[in-house]
Design a binder for this molecule. Structure first.
Ligand SMILES: NC(=O)c1ccc[n+]([C@@H]2O[C@H](COP(=O)([O-])OP(=O)(O)OC[C@H]3O[C@@H](n4cnc5c(N)ncnc54)[C@H](O)[C@@H]3O)[C@@H](O)[C@H]2O)c1
Length: 403
């Protein structure tokens, strides 16, 4: 059997993820990459030379790469607003797609991607790597064991110390490129809430604001550059946010987002996100009919303590009745990145262990989009539209079997 031929669109930044698919000795290789920015193509070539002593072919135009390279799969790690264009093109050429989250920046865009995969019977995996993290899997396992009874409420607080460096110095800050940080960041957490609860959101509303970054000094107006594959500088010295400068010319997305959700099975959920905190953590609380769990720490090096309270005590207790200590796995994002890329390669080969679905990715984006609309329109409550049955029930990981 020949090696799987994998290409990448968006070679630098998150494009490093593709390196986990480069195992020429083990059946898969990154043969080519496409990126419109020369800096990004050079970064990619240098990385492959240094790490693998290997030179993939590079393209400026992703369409040329897809037409020439006879790819088995493509990893798409371009900015959010390009996901739909790049994924639909590859799917229409019947090339299996790994697409970074958020699946798209609109509900209609997400649905067009699902439709293209369905119509072409081509595999589609969305980069919801948080489902591959040890602390989220442990929370799922505790819930499934029945220890806290039937889940009734899930609240997630998301503290982001690096928000200024990661999202307000480049394209992420402009609505036309990212829509809202409820997608770029929140799509992960909304998906985890849905997964832990076992149901998707049906109704959502929100409040939020641009509290800090719109008041800070920006780069020259008219500087429309995207990030060009060169990471903006992240530094713990960049604190407090209110004393920083050199932000993107268009600062439009909220730096505080708060949404409330009613799920199809009656679970009540909330998600709160802030981009100028001193610390970083995703903190989930799940309340069931017989107990409550909460994670202290997530997938960073420090790992996570998951506390589970199952006895009543009319006072605050820092420690639960049961404590689970969860260490992160090896590799980026607490070991999730190598695992999710492996599951994409396995899916192409016909072994199906993908732990997330395109439908779930679409519902997290749909919830985030309508949450953002609500924030921008005075807190109105919206109904999240359901997918048509043929898309809802389609198994995208097994798509080719059904041709
Ligand atoms: N799942 C995760 O944990 C995770 C983590 C980080 C980023 N991401 C996702 O990865 C994607 C990329 O994020 P990033 O921060 O690396 O962005 P980025 O701005 O660094 O861009 C990524 C790459 O795309 C290239 N690019 C930009 N425009 C292009 C075009 N028109 N054609 C081809 N290539 C183009 C850039 O040059 C760069 O090499 C985003 O969708 C983001 O949400 C996911």
């Amino acid at each position: 059997m020949r090696n799987l031929r994998i290409g990448i669109i968006g070679c630098a930044g998150r494009g490093e993820l593709a390196d986990f698919a480069h195992h020429p000795e083990n059946g898969s290789e990154i043969v080519a990459g496409a990126d419109i920015y020369p800096e990004a193509r050079n970064t990619f070539l240098t990385r492959y030379q240094d790490k693998f002593k290997f030179q993939p072919t590079v393209y400026v135009d992703y369409r040329e790469m897809i037409e020439k390279e006879q790819l088995d799969g493509v990893i798409i790690t371009t900015p959010d607003f390009l996901h739909e264009e790049h994924a639909v093109y590859a799917l229409n050429h019947k090339i299996a797609v790994y697409l970074e989250k958020p699946i798209a920046i609109s509900i209609e865009g997400a649905d067009r991607i699902l439709e293209a995969a369905y119509r072409n019977r081509t595999k589609l995996v969305i980069g919801h790597n948080m489902r591959y993290m040890s602390f989220t899997r442990k929370m799922k396992e505790i819930i499934a064991s029945g220890t806290i009874g039937d889940v009734k409420a899930i609240w997630c607080r998301h503290f982001i110390s690096y928000g200024g460096d990661a999202y307000f110095r480049d394209w992420h800050a402009a609505r036309k490129y990212s829509n809202s940080l409820l997608l770029q960041k929140g799509a992960h957490d909304i998906d985890i809430i849905h997964w832990l609860a076992g149901a998707r959101t049906t109704r959502v509303n929100g409040m939020g604001s641009l509290s800090v970054y719109d008041k800070l000094p920006r780069r020259a107006q008219g500087d429309e550059r995207l990030k060009s594959g060169v990471m903006s500088v992240w530094s713990e010295e960049h604190f407090p946010a209110i004393e920083q400068k050199d932000f993107y010319p268009e600062i439009e997305v909220e730096d505080i987002n708060m949404i409330s959700m009613r799920l199809a099975n009656g679970v009540m959920a909330s998600y709160e996100q802030c981009h100028f905190t001193p610390d970083t953590c995703r903190n989930y609380t799940v309340i069931g009919t017989k107990g409550r769990l909460e994670n202290y720490g997530d997938y960073s090096l420090a790992g996570s303590n998951i506390q589970v309270w199952t006895k009543r005590k009319d006072a605050f207790r820092l420690e639960g009745d049961i404590t689970y200590r969860v260490a992160p796995g090896d590799g980026n994002h607490g070991g999730a990145d190598p695992l999710i890329i492996q599951s994409f390669l396995d899916a192409i080969r016909g072994q199906y262990n993908v732990w997330s679905t395109p439908q779930a990715a679409r519902y997290s984006v749909a919830t985030g989009c309508l949450g953002a609309d609500s924030i921008r329109q005075g807190g109105a409550c919206y109904t999240v539209p359901a997918l048509p049955d043929y898309l809802e029930n389609f198994d995208f990981a097994r798509a080719e079997e059904k041709k």
